[in-house]
Design a protein around this ligand. Structure first.
Ligand SMILES: Cc1cc2nc3c(=O)[nH]c(=O)nc-3n(C[C@H](O)[C@H](O)[C@H](O)COP(=O)(O)O)c2cc1C
Length: 340
């Protein structure tokens, strides 16, 4: 593990060495082993609580992560559905978080307000993920300890406004009053330095991490990610108000065709969007079917490698970026980098 380079309010809050977070990956993708790898490499990861094949599987992942991390802090991703019963389903999972010593959660979906008192009681830090700056005050009022701002580039759910990370991650720290974490397209050390310069306290990654050798996903899929240049990332389900950034494949095209026909009956979409297809794709390596969350940050994934190796590259790149910016300082009498 690299020595600490950046100390921020997020490294302090979460008890981690580097301001590098790996966002929850569903369904059942960010498991105990992957999260432990992120934690042992000095960052933070979040085991997804939903999307496992059987109900006991989540607990099994918590157990694995606790064993592999040997007492270091680790996190869980809690998706709160905006539909009836969403908060209750999450509340039912909380005793397991307590049992296995989870120290932080990444909440996403609806407001975390209904589950915040119970989480605080357990001493768990709440990082609430929002897709637009306009939701930041709600997260703050609800009692979140930090906010993750995801821009339109993010794999998964970028929200309905489609504002890019460069604006959102710059604006959110101006108004939040609590630490902000930048996400959506972030995957390199240059971007980490940019995020810190913009006032954020860490960056969080999803798409770029899909090539981690610590993930159980089939290598054929990881090779697809390495080959990607980002143009194959498409937003579907806009007609349903449930914008979803995914890999352009048969299922994505079928969904777009339904949208073109202005069909709003969800039953028509169900055969193309169910989670079983997605899990099968990751397991088999045949990624032609299923909603596969996929953002243009895949362009930074240059090979299948361990989470620690990815973090090390990011940190080396960040140090270089700091050096480059310093070289550009006219007040230090430096020549423009290109002229050297
Ligand atoms: C394959 C994949 C699955 C994801 N699944 C979830 C999920 O289940 N819950 C969630 O809150 N975010 C999920 N996300 C979003 C990530 O946690 C993160 O916010 C996002 O990937 C950051 O943007 P990036 O893809 O540009 O790095 C997923 C992203 C990807 C790429």
């Amino acid at each position: 593990m690299r020595p600490q380079i950046f100390r921020t309010s997020i490294t302090e809050m979460l008890g981690i060495r580097h301001p590098l977070l790996c966002g929850g990956l569903g369904p059942g993708v960010s498991d105990g082993r992957y999260v432990a790898a992120a934690v042992n490499a000095g960052g933070m990861g979040f085991i997804v609580a939903t999307g496992h094949d059987d109900p006991g599987a989540f607990e099994e992942e918590l157990k694995i992560c606790r064993e592999l991390t040997g007492g270091k802090p680790f996190g869980v991703n809690l998706y709160i559905s905006r539909f009836a019963g969403g908060a209750e389903r999450v509340r039912a999972q909380l005793p397991l978080l307590d049992k296995y010593g989870v120290t932080c959660v990444e909440t996403a979906g609806a407001s975390p307000e209904p589950v915040i008192p119970a989480l605080k009681e357990m001493g768990i830090k709440i990082l609430h993920k929002v897709p637009a700056v306009r939701y930041v005050p709600t997260a703050v009022r609800a009692g979140a300890d930090a906010v993750v701002i995801v821009g339109a580039e993010c794999g998964g759910h970028p929200g309905i406004y489609q504002i890019g990370s460069i604006v959102q991650a710059t604006r959110a720290p101006e108004i939040a009053g609590i630490p902000v974490i930048a996400a959506g397209g972030f995957a390199t050390g240059r971007q980490l330095v940019a995020a810190l310069s913009m006032g954020c306290e860490a960056m969080l990654m999803g798409s770029r991490m899909m090539v981690s050798s610590d993930l159980w996903v089939h290598d054929d899929y990881k090779k697809r990610v390495v080959a990607g240049d980002g143009t194959e990332s498409k937003i579907v389900k806009q007609l349903l108000g449930d914008h979803h950034r995914v890999l352009d494949n048969d299922s994505a095209r079928a969904v777009l065709a339904l949208e073109e026909q202005k069909i709003i009956d969800f039953d028509a979409y169900r055969p193309h969007v169910n989670g079983t297809l997605t899990r099968t794709a990751y397991r088999s390596g045949d990624f032609s079917k299923g909603m596969i969350d996929y953002g243009p940050a895949v362009v930074f994934a240059d090979g299948i490698k361990s989470t620690e190796a990815i973090f090390d590259e990011i940190l080396d790149d960040a140090v270089k970026a700091l050096g480059r910016v310093n070289l550009l300082r006219a007040d230090e009498g430096a020549l423009p980098v290109a002229a050297q």
